[in-house]
Ligand binder design. Structure first.
Ligand SMILES: C[S@@+](CC[C@H](N)C(=O)[O-])C[C@H]1O[C@@H](n2cnc3c(N)ncnc32)[C@H](O)[C@@H]1O
Ligand code: SF4
Length: 447
């Protein structure tokens, strides 16, 4: 990769976990719209649930998630009261026969819940929604502070997949991000989950962190391989200090530059593939036997997933959901969320109703992010005339590409992203994003 190419394509672009991306959601989509969308859902269709727990015991300085620090239990109990109310209200707008095949608790750190909290929240969900017997129930865990009683409670609630944050095992990196976490503690949490029957384990890693080098990344990858996770997510650090105040505690001078970020990502990916993992999309890796490696793969706010439902119900402060009609996002400040649901209302603060053009571009961007392929025929078959200008944009992209990022497909007017282009898939997606450049959204490095 030539340095000038790196510079050109490393421009700040969205991660495309949705289209349009969340900064383009508008308050015109409110609780009333959401209630109408919920009531219009076809009875009996599949839906997924996402529950956000916006609390952590300590703040990691790199963190871009919607969370706040609490050392007391009282805010967590109060929040669970509100979640129970929201679950009841949302379920009240739906028919009771939607089959839930994917349930995901994210955060923040759902691992902050004590055994009673876990039991209470899981029971509330199960009494209002019909969980499929083989449903995936995944929870994001900060392993620090998790004891066996907590782990046993998650297992008893039916959790069958855990996603454990690691980022980097090197002490100098951990100090610079305010996240001290030993390999031994992480290994013991992984073992204890497995002992309690939670066998599917994902590990989150981040490259591009302060003081990170190729050597620290190598060392972290070897230790992660020793834990034999089923999946690994390898995110590029998104540094947006003007929007995320605690990231200002990170000294910019200690951050790797674009060339080094690129080298770290490449090296880690090559090592994971040589260890037998299958590369999925931009930043996920899975064992060949894992369902994620055996497709089809979809993309949602949690990243790459096997969840293909066209309805995701987002519960909790800041949660984003999608329905066939469009996206909805709950208000993010916890106090405002609690106030809105206390009166029996929905907590929707903004959203986006998909136009036919949005729906077609959403389809294209998701396929590019998941399969590295522009699916011209399927686009035309699904979206008819709406697909015409999008296919013209794809053809113009292929014709103007002098850097071998894309290649035309024989007997098709679609294209494939080359191995070189895969690293810049977000920039390629941005060609089809008609919202980019409008508004004040900020994005992180494209590498
Ligand atoms: C909600 S957290 C994971 C669960 C748990 N709170 C933990 O930290 O272990 C989700 C993941 O997002 C990633 N992440 C957080 N902030 C990020 C940032 N600024 N840039 C890139 N990845 C980030 C980290 O890999 C983190 O594990
Ligand atoms: S990375 Fe995880 S533990 Fe750290 S502040 Fe963010 S959500 Fe909390």
């Amino acid at each position: 990769m030539r340095p000038e190419e790196l510079k050109k394509y490393a421009a700040a672009v969205p991660r495309y976990t949705s289209y349009p991306t969340a900064p383009h959601f508008k308050p015109a989509i409110d609780a009333q719209t959401y209630a109408g969308w919920l009531r219009a859902l076809k009875p009996g269709t599949e839906a997924s649930l996402y529950v956000h727990i916006p609390f952590c015991k300590e703040m990691c300085w790199y963190c871009g998630c919607s969370t706040k620090v609490t050392r007391r239990h009282e805010p967590i109990s109060r929040y669970l009261d509100a979640l129970e109310l929201e679950i009841e209200t949302v379920a009240g707008h739906m028919t009771p026969d939607h089959s839930i095949r994917h349930l995901h608790w994210g955060g923040g750190s759902p691992s902050i819940l004590d055994p009673d909290d876990t039991h209470r929240l899981a029971s509330s969900i199960k009494s209002h929604f019909k969980l499929a017997p083989d449903a995936e129930f995944a929870v994001e865990m900060d392993p620090r502070g998790l004891d066996e009683a907590n782990i046993a409670a998650f297992a008893a609630a039916g959790v069958n997949r855990v996603s454990i944050g690691v980022q980097d095992f090197e002490e100098s990196v951990q100090k610079a991000i305010n996240r001290m976490q030993s390999f031994e503690l992480t290994a013991s949490v992984v073992d204890t989950f497995r002992k309690h029957g939670v066998r599917s384990v994902n590990i989150d890693l981040v490259y591009g962190l302060p003081h990170q080098t190729r050597a620290t990344v190598d060392n972290t990858i070897e230790r992660v391989l020793a834990l034999a996770p089923d999946r690994i997510a390898l995110f590029g650090y998104a540094h947006l200090p003007s929007r995320i105040p605690h990231q200002r505690l990170i000294d910019t001078a200690t951050l790797p530059d674009v060339k080094e970020r690129f080298a770290q990502a490449n090296r880690a990916a090559n090592r994971l593939v040589s260890a037998g993992y299958v590369s999925i999309g931009l930043d996920h890796f899975a064992r060949p036997t894992d369902p994620l490696a055996n497709g089809p793969v979809a993309r949602n706010f949690q990243g790459y997933t096997t969840d293909s439902a066209d309805t995701l119900i987002g519960l909790g402060a800041s949660s984003i959901g999608f329905l066939p009609q469009g996206y909805v996002q709950n208000t993010a400040p916890v106090a405002d969320y609690e106030r809105r649901v206390a009166s029996g209302g929905l907590a929707t603060a903004r959203g986006h109703a998909l136009s036919p053009d949005d729906a077609a571009r959403k389809f294209v961007i998701e396929r590019l992010m998941c399969d590295f392929h522009f699916p011209a025929e399927e686009l035309r078959a699904r979206f008819g005339d709406v697909s015409v200008p999008i296919i013209e944009e794809a053809q113009a992209l292929v014709e103007s590409d002098t850097d071998d990022l894309v290649e035309p497909l024989p007997s098709s007017d679609g294209f494939r992203i080359t191995d070189k282009g895969k690293l810049f898939v977000r920039s390629i997606c941005s060609v089809f994003d008609t919202y980019l450049g409008h508004g004040t959204a900020q994005h992180s490095s494209g590498v």
